[in-house]
Design a protein around this ligand. Structure first.
Ligand code: SF4
Length: 515
């Protein structure tokens, strides 16, 4: 008997292991294993999303004529071993996992079965979940000494023929309209309402099961994410109708009470396989051109998927397993208790974003980059601990996307392999791009003292602590010159303010340590 084991982030009916067979020609296995919680205490909404989506996918495959076994077990080994025995599986087909540790765990599981004499022959199918295969990305990356996303993105536009005129040139005469897309939020800015879905009986059952599991972060209700390909396609169409045209101008804005603004909320569906990136890009392009969507919005959104998302995935493979241990600044502070509690930092920006994550497992890219990761960088938080936190807390978090995004882009822990400079910013940036500071107990204009915005002291403290490493970066030259102009007594007051802030974390967070 031929068996196909479909992983929880491979939920597309045309994924490569399924596509290699016809319905009825093989048994399909989906496994929910509680062992994932031994490694990571995932946000409740994330568990509900993944497990409910797997159960709905099993239903969808049955309708297409596949015999499907859906198993829930303490470990993957227990479920897969029993399934192989029950059905006499001789050939086991899998699509290559996106996350490297999962491939290693499966290899180990199969080796254990082999030692018991029960292992089937294993056939790995190259993943078709991304536009760029690993081989194609590596061939591209091998041509350059310094990798940069913009070059990769342009190559992707040409390679897949997206937003080009008849001569292979970019529509609108330029490749990137980002300059038009960084507007601060005007007073009273409100985005369109997102499309949320009421839980059906399958999702309700999963929610109850997840609620019975102890000590997980995040709220399980209200739960409104799409849990099937049909709903994910509806969410995409809704985003096109209500969010696409306005996506560009305020994509970097952060507004209290408006957690989603014009963000499309489709990243979880892309990362689970419910939507394929190429179908989304083609549909966005077609709909955007038909609707007359402003090019900065259309190009900006397509760049997120064709550019950033593919680039993150490609770099994850290209950098290799050692990348996970990157720690350029030797930062070792544990996360403050407010990260685990998703609140209680006393800083309006962090606490607003934490509350939104607690409610839905979601925050948009600037909240992630310029509030949370920026804070982690400036405060000297352990990059591995913060990356693991992102992976657990975010509804769309996986190893392949969080490693380059958090370690590389957010924390510059790779010393510049991904980004050309650290995304470090004082409270000024947050004040300009958000409404948070108005309701904060700290004064964003102050640099030192107990009432000063902690981002300010942490920012200048970060720069002086890492003078040597940052001084040679031409993109940091301006700010490093400003640092050199600060009088010694001001620098001392900054150090004291930053230290006092860290001591206020409580627990072990305030321990003095490297970074
Ligand atoms: Fe955040 Fe500082 Fe603004 Fe408060 S004042 S919301 S801590 S940036």
């Amino acid at each position: 008997m031929i068996g196909i084991w479909v992983l929880g982030d491979q939920l597309h009916p045309a994924q490569s292991a399924l596509a290699a067979h016809r319905p009825g020609g093989a048994r399909v296995l989906l496994v929910e294993s509680l062992s994932v919680l031994a490694q990571r205490r995932y946000h409740r909404q994330k568990l509900v999303l993944v497990w409910s989506a797997m159960r709905h996918f099993a239903e969808d495959l049955r309708e297409l004529g596949w015999p499907v076994d859906h198993r829930r077990a303490s470990t993957f080994a227990e479920a897969v071993g029993a399934w192989i025995d029950d059905h006499g599986i001789r050939d086991l087909h899998l699509m290559e996992p996106a996350d490297r540790p999962f491939r290693a765990a499966i290899e180990e599981l199969l080796a254990r079965l082999a030692s018991q004499g029960t292992a089937p022959r294993v056939v790995w199918h190259p993943s078709n979940a991304f536009l760029w295969s690993s081989e194609a990305f590596d061939a591209w990356a091998g041509r350059y000494r310094q990798l940069r996303m913009e070059r990769f993105y342009r190559e992707g536009r040409r390679r897949f023929g997206v937003l080009l005129d008849g001569q292979g040139q970019p529509l609108g005469g330029q490749w990137n309209f980002d300059q038009a897309n960084r507007q601060a939020p005007p007073k009273g800015l409100r985005g369109p309402r997102p499309l949320w879905f009421d839980p059906d009986p399958i999702t309700e059952a999963v929610i109850r099961e997840v609620e019975a599991l102890p000590d997980l972060p995040g709220h399980s209700r209200p739960f409104g994410w799409a849990i099937s390909r049909g709903q994910a396609l509806a969410a995409l169409e809704h985003a096109i109708a209500t969010r696409l045209d306005g996506f560009g101008p305020y994509q970097d804005a952060m507004v209290g009470g408006e957690p989603t603004l014009w963000h499309t909320l489709i990243s979880p569906y892309l990362n689970l396989g419910l939507l394929h990136p190429l179908e989304v890009i083609r549909r966005l392009e077609q709909a955007g051109l038909e609707r007359g969507t402003p090019l900065p919005s259309l190009e900006g959104l397509i760049r997120q998927i064709l550019g950033w998302r593919e680039y993150m995935h490609g770099l994850y493979g290209w950098f290799g397993a050692d990348y996970a241990a990157s720690n350029h600044f030797d930062h070792r502070r544990p996360l403050p208790p407010s990260f685990e509690a998703l609140g209680g930092s006393g800083m309006a920006c962090l606490d607003t974003v934490f509350a939104e994550i607690e409610a839905s497992g979601y925050a948009h890219h600037i909240q992630r980059l310029m509030v949370i990761a920026n804070y982690g960088l400036l405060a000297g938080l352990d990059p591995q601990a913060l990356t693991a936190w992102f992976h657990r807390m975010f509804i769309d978090g996986f190893d392949w996307v969080m490693q380059p995004n958090v370690l590389g882009m957010g924390l510059f822990a790779d010393g510049g392999r991904l980004a050309s400079k650290p995304y470090a910013a004082s409270g000024n940036y947050i004040n300009r791009m958000s409404t948070y500071c108005r309701g904060c107990r700290y004064d964003v204009k102050q640099r030192v003292g107990s009432g000063a915005c902690p981002f300010n002291a942490l920012y200048w403290d970060f720069l002086q602590r890492h003078r040597d490493r940052l001084g040679g970066n031409p993109r940091m030259a301006l700010v490093m010159r400003q640092l050199e102009k600060l009088p010694p007594e001001e620098l001392e007051a900054i150090r004291a303010t930053a230290a006092a802030h860290r001591e206020g974390w409580g627990g072990t967070g305030g321990d003095p340590g490297p970074g």
